[in-house]
Design a protein around this ligand. Sequence first.
Ligand SMILES: NC(=O)C1=CN([C@@H]2O[C@H](COP(=O)(O)OP(=O)(O)OC[C@H]3O[C@@H](n4cnc5c(N)ncnc54)[C@H](OP(=O)(O)O)[C@@H]3O)[C@@H](O)[C@H]2O)C=CC1
Ligand SMILES: CC(C)(CO)C(=O)C(=O)O
Length: 303
Amino acid sequence: MKSIENAALIGLGAIGAAYGEKLQQHLGDRFSVLVDRRRLVRYNEQGLAINGRSARFRYSPIDEAAGPAGLILFGVKNDQLKESIESVRPFVGPETILLPLLNGISSEDELKAAFPDNAVLYSMCVGIDAQRKDREISYSKLGKIVFGTKDGEYPGAEAAVRELFEQAEVPFEIPDDIWREMWWKFMLNVGINQTSAVLRAPYSVFQNVKSARDWLESVMNEVVQISKPAGVNLTGADIQRARPVLESLAPEGKTSMLQDIEHGRKTEVEYMAGKVIELGEKYGVDVPENRQLLKVIRILEEM
Ligand SMILES: NC(=O)C1=CN([C@@H]2O[C@H](COP(=O)(O)OP(=O)(O)OC[C@H]3O[C@@H](n4cnc5c(N)ncnc54)[C@H](OP(=O)(O)O)[C@@H]3O)[C@@H](O)[C@H]2O)C=CC1
Ligand SMILES: CC(C)(CO)C(=O)C(=O)O
């Protein structure tokens, strides 16, 4: 295993800033945030606060050659991934490990297609309730980064990220079956992100209102149904396992999708209900809740 000497992040938003701060504290100038020129100017002008603290990051302009990074984390949204892939190319060498923190089950395949010779780890974050308002990031719980390799690919890369996260005190977990965990998180997001966006409801609503909880669980159940022909085999017990995670989040906190709706940003609905519908059609499973959610959230986006 080769240790990671330097790391970079693209996407200094709610998730990127929360975990990036830990890496920056550990790696110092060996950690940088990759930015285009417009963001560089804006970020330098506006600064950034994390939980009220002024945060300082080293910015690397993407058009300035700097050697390859040992690890690149992606903290962008799904529809920003394509552009980010082109932006990080100059920082990817043969030994660069790629770690996409995005929700959903498709970013890893997108990265593998773009960088077929690199180690792309499956990853996502759980139990974090990060919010972003312009350049102010806040969270009450950092949760953890869950990552790993499918079928034992890239064991050296997994060990190197483990070592870095231990040293930087980034909370993490390497599950036995990362692909099943990715699907479990997908199920959670398909349920809570979409229903919260439609109801404009913070976590407290799902913690206290039974009918809201019942609805989100029926939406999650459609993911359980498609997971069977997909060979992942989620069950009702996986829905129950989501309950304590949602209970643990700050009552006034909001999902990333509700934040997108409130700030007039494009949501990730195409990667949630859109993906469920695509897989439902592939496997012949009806997913009426998700069909309705896709329709309503697209309307909310246009509004
Ligand atoms: N928020 C949360 O609690 C959670 C979010 N997630 C997932 O994590 C991912 C990120 O979400 P979140 O952090 O909330 O999203 P944000 O919208 O807060 O952050 C995305 C950031 O990426 C930056 N960005 C976009 N494109 C580029 C680019 N080409 N180059 C450089 N920077 C870029 C944006 O910059 P700018 O602002 O300058 O446009 C923005 O700051 C999503 O997939 C989400 O579903 C997962 C768990 C919890
Ligand atoms: C699970 C949840 C709701 C918070 O971590 C999330 O992943 C999100 O807001 O996108």
